[in-house]
Write a protein of this length. Sequence first.
Length: 338
Amino acid sequence: MHCGAASVLLLNLGGPDSLSAVRPFLYNLFSDREIIRLGPAFLQKPLAYLISSLRAGKTCDAYARIGGKSPINEITFTQAKALEQQLNQESGAKSRNSEAKVFVGMRYWSPRTEDVVRDIHQQGIERLIVLSLYPHYSVATTGSSFSELRRVLASYPDIKIHAIESWYDHPLYIDALVEKIEKGVRAFDVPRVTPSSLPADMHVLFSAHSLPVKFIREGDPYVDHIRATIRAVAEKTAISWSLSYQSKSGPVAWLEPSTETMLEELAAKGVKNLLVVPISFVSDHIETLYEIDMLYKDRAAELGIRLERIESLNGSPLFIAALKDLILKGMKEAGWEE
């Protein structure tokens, strides 16, 4: 039994691991009523099937352009392995029974939360630090992931969890973003980020995943969390910045301005060099590799703007250090330190 030291469960979105997985992945996504309500409850899954079938072709084309699958699964497991190594170095674990284990549970693709929790239970693990890999809380992301986890855990009352649901202002996370921004600025032949070294026609655009406006009106803290992260980054860098939102879908009102609109506004203001920071993403997936690197980059070029994107955090040592610190503090708060 591993009822002593706590282990870790990282929650993330997941993504199709092949082109044949695109339609079922979309079905899982649109079946989630916490993200989008498709008519009355009894119509949710039939409508999700219809929408996923209609969108599969176009979405497959997009995934085909980035290698035929989402890299988010592999990246998340790489992050988990690096975190596990760091945690066990910290604890100086001497045996396999005392080692912390880091598991990954995906909301919409394998390994699904229910399968991972079953595995955790079979291994006799009774204490679990659960960390959402969405830094900024939203009911549509972290909220949905934890709702699904708690539904699954109802069948495993012996497993106790300590939840870490947001960490948008964690100092090491901020430092990891600053590090990537400073490296990104150097792509424009600027040696360092200081007021005197930045060209007047250069700008930083933070692009966050969009969200239906009604979520914010109902009290979702997502936008407040995003802006708090940007303020913390801006305090450490001498950047001129704007915020926009990408990846909206469906006919409801979404957060504005859209990234497409912002590109046009910045071009009208004379911006020629633009560094895009995908602020709500901690790993590469279709929103960074296709939307930003292809669609937005091409549109920016049409507008006379050179667009570059910062490297995603992915396996950044500073980012892994942030996750490690969050877990260690979570263990202390839960009283699960060994």
